[in-house]
Design a protein around this ligand. Structure first.
Ligand code: SAM
Length: 533
């Protein structure tokens, strides 16, 4: 019990930090705070223990495990996640040589691409703003340039910004034409319609990039193959391009949106790819140094190393759906600790979101993975409703239970008002012999739009659920019918009037799961808001 209470206390004292050098490298969604993950790992496992994240996303758990000398295993069904984490970790070997090769690559790329953006003898177009006429749907829109921002390079830095506002027609550079459709024909890559993530009917990849930037991406892809880069260097060049793809598209003024397909209706901005890549290179160098500082040698792609006295760091990465992990990939009962953040219902359809990267970087096809993805989506041809989502999540969590050793821990980030999903978790604990030990809450780093617009409706932060396998032999389940209002107020009295809504919420679900009244609660109420406020 001691380590769990200690963990809860440390979590309440730790302010979540999302922006580490490895974290900010790529716009992968729902990135978790590394320091929180590290607190969990250090309290619930020992050096050398096997720590797994079967929904690794941008790799936060994997990096946290490596940093704390654990044996790390990461897996995700999304090929983008695998290539991202694999690319970053490849800096364990020959990091400085790789950085030098990246510099050569960026230099060569810039030399060619800058010519397409030349304004006069000194200045280059750094960004271009367009007015849009017509409708984005089906690509029935025209753009005209209304503003350019110019920069010139002084002592190796892009400086001296001037802005020219004018309506003018800019010609597409003849030298760029040969790159326009090869190897990637942007005009022939269709995206799945999904209104939730702002992909309209008939959207094609060409609707998201200017001609110049399409040509620039193709030039970069061709450069990778034309040089004799070794496979590991190719990985990190792809990582560089991957980290720049959203910044190269037509977007809002700041190009800061985490939504890769969203775009303003009437005004669009496009940025100079050479300058974008030069900037991303700096981020990559920072990430490479982070990897170098936090890892040992012996990065091993495949084997699980269970030996506790080994000093070297072991990492294994897989691109597999969780449904395939137990026994096929990872032996059952072999993992000491799982720390993971499963997908939330319809928040992010990861495979649809990743289409841009998968298609441009040739990372793999998503269609055959659709059947496994734990997601709620109404995209045509792949409907998965909230019930299907819960079923898939349930089987994923049962798989987690199978992988954990006797008395090992499963820690998940979770939040949902819907009591059905809490009841599903309760059912999982029964099937997988997991016992809910504690629910800790941590605040969000930034206030989301939702919290501001509907306070009291949004759970502002994360709940961290700590389960232990085979903690108790018997579970004293009973069929008592409770007076739920009394039950809830009992818990709330104990929690205290002044507690945050979020903590009250966590206390109620914890008590109802531990004391077996969650099922009755889920049958009689949809969500907790009616009972808590
Ligand atoms: C909320 S994200 C994890 C983010 C991660 N915690 C981080 O810090 O970046 C959930 C991940 O689950 C993955 N996923 C969805 N269905 C899956 C499945 N059936 N098997 C494995 N991974 C899946 C998604 O691709 C996504 O990367």
């Amino acid at each position: 019990l001691e380590n769990i209470q200690n963990l809860k206390k440390e979590l309440s004292e730790t302010f979540p930090e999302h922006d580490t050098p490895v974290g900010v490298l790529h716009p992968y969604w729902a990135r978790k705070p590394l320091n929180i993950i590290e607190v969990i790992i250090s309290n619930l496992s020992q050096e050398g223990d096997v720590v797994l994240d079967p929904f690794m996303g941008s790799g936060t758990t994997v990096f946290g495990a490596i940093k704390n000398n654990r044996t790390a295993i990461g897996s995700d069904l999304n090929p983008l996640s695998y290539s991202l984490v694999d690319g970053i970790l490849s800096f364990q070997e020959r990091p400085f040589q790789k950085i030098e090769e990246l510099k050569v690559f960026v230099n060569e790329f810039s030399n060619q691409v800058l010519e397409w953006f030349k304004w006069d003898d000194d200045f280059y177009i750094e960004r271009e703003r367009f007015n849009v006429q017509g409708d984005f749907r089906d690509g029935k829109f025209n753009m005209s340039t209304v503003e350019v921002v110019l920069k010139k390079k002084i002592d190796g830095k892009w400086r001296k910004r001037t802005t020219i506002n004018n309506n003018f027609k800019r010609e597409f550079d003849k030298n760029a034409e040969i790159y326009l459709n090869d190897p990637i024909d942007f005009d022939n890559i269709n995206l799945l319609k999904n209104s939730r993530i702002a992909i309209p009917e008939g959207a094609r990849l060409s609707h998201f990039y200017t001609l110049e930037n399409r040509a620039a991406i193709n030039l970069a892809l061709r450069l990778i193959d034309s040089k004799n880069f070794d496979p590991d260097t190719k990985k990190v060049i792809k990582l560089l391009i991957s980290s720049a793809l959203t910044l190269l598209r037509l977007s809002d003024k700041k190009a800061s949106s985490q939504w890769p397909y969203w775009r303003p209706k009437t005004e669009l901005t496009s940025r100079n790819p050479a300058i974008v890549l030069e900037n991303r290179l700096k981020k990559i160098i920072a990430a490479a140094k982070w990897v170098k500082c936090n890892t040992d040698s012996n990065y091993n792609d495949y084997a699980i190393n269970n030996s506790k006295d080994s000093k070297s760091i072991n990492v294994s990465l897989y691109n597999e759906p969780i449904q395939n992990l137990p026994d096929k990939i990872i032996p059952k009962s072999s993992v000491d600790l799982i720390v993971t953040d499963p997908p939330y219902s319809d928040q992010v359809p990861y495979l649809e979101y990743s289409a841009l990267w998968l298609d441009i970087l040739g990372l793999g096809s998503k269609e055959e993975l659709f059947q496994y993805e734990i997601v709620e989506t109404d995209a045509p041809g792949r409907e998965s409703d909230s019930e299907e989502f819960l079923l898939r999540l349930k089987s994923g969590l049962i798989a987690c239970g199978e992988l954990i050793k006797n008395k090992g821990f499963l820690v998940i980030f979770y939040q949902d008002w819907d009591l059905n999903s809490w009841n599903m978790l309760y059912e999982v604990t029964n099937i997988a012999n997991l016992e809910l030990r504690e629910i800790a809450t941590i605040p969000k780093q930034r206030r989301s739009m939702k919290t501001v617009t509907s306070p009291g409706k949004t759970l502002d932060g994360d709940q961290i659920l700590i389960f232990q396998k085979n903690y108790k032999a018997d579970r004293n389940e009973n069929n008592t019918k409770y007076n739920l209002k009394d039950k809830v107020s009992e818990v709330l009295i104990e929690t205290g009037e002044d507690a945050e809504l979020f903590d009250k919420y966590a206390a109620v679900v914890k008590d109802s799961m531990k004391n077996h009244w969650i099922k009755q609660l889920a049958v009689e109420y949809n969500d907790l808001s009616q009972l808590i406020k």
